[in-house]
Design a protein around this ligand. Sequence first.
Ligand SMILES: C[S@@+](CC[C@H](N)C(=O)[O-])C[C@H]1O[C@@H](n2cnc3c(N)ncnc32)[C@H](O)[C@@H]1O
Length: 199
Amino acid sequence: MFTPQHSPAAERNLPPILEVLQRVLPPAGTALEIASGTGQHAAGFAQGLPGWTWQPSDAQDAGFASIAHWCAQAGVANVLPPLVLDVLASPWPLLRTFDAIFCANMLHISPWATCAALMDGAARHLAPQGLLITYGPYLERDVPTALGNLNFDASLRAQNPAWGIRQLDEVVQQAQRAGLQLRERNPMPANNLLLVFGR
Ligand SMILES: C[S@@+](CC[C@H](N)C(=O)[O-])C[C@H]1O[C@@H](n2cnc3c(N)ncnc32)[C@H](O)[C@@H]1O
């Protein structure tokens, strides 16, 4: 029997992320989602942004049936079939540009090299006015790190020494190197940040 993948965190953070997306994005466009995971975000954002076409993707296809499940549950018709896209692939297997690229909770659960790869790929595949939006926990040199994030960082590094919560200024440096500037830093519930980058 098929059991869809479900992330309680994705269910909780979907409404506050959607609120920011509805504010910063124009009424219509096409978005590429990197690291779609369970597909709960794809389904919820497609529902909350009806003028947008949502292209989910992930490095692995293990969650693709779940993406289809959550999209069917939400009754959305503006989600394209998911693509296998590993940000470390060079070039990305895409022939088009997007009005937005969204990536939640990947940078700390993958090697640091995925940050440069995400920024380079976004710079190549964003339309001129397009936005890269990332969501997740970050460390900030001038902001005390919440105990929950310190513990989370330690548990990530214990699972895989290449993982870990990233320094915001180092992420911003990688974006700038690729030609993207940090436009917004939005504090989110549970010590996460939603970052908006543009050219
Ligand atoms: C913690 S999950 C986050 C899923 C979803 N974005 C969310 O916030 O619920 C991390 C995701 O990153 C994906 N991922 C890891 N490395 C990747 C890479 N190199 N390129 C693309 N996706 C990657 C994993 O397959 C997984 O789906």
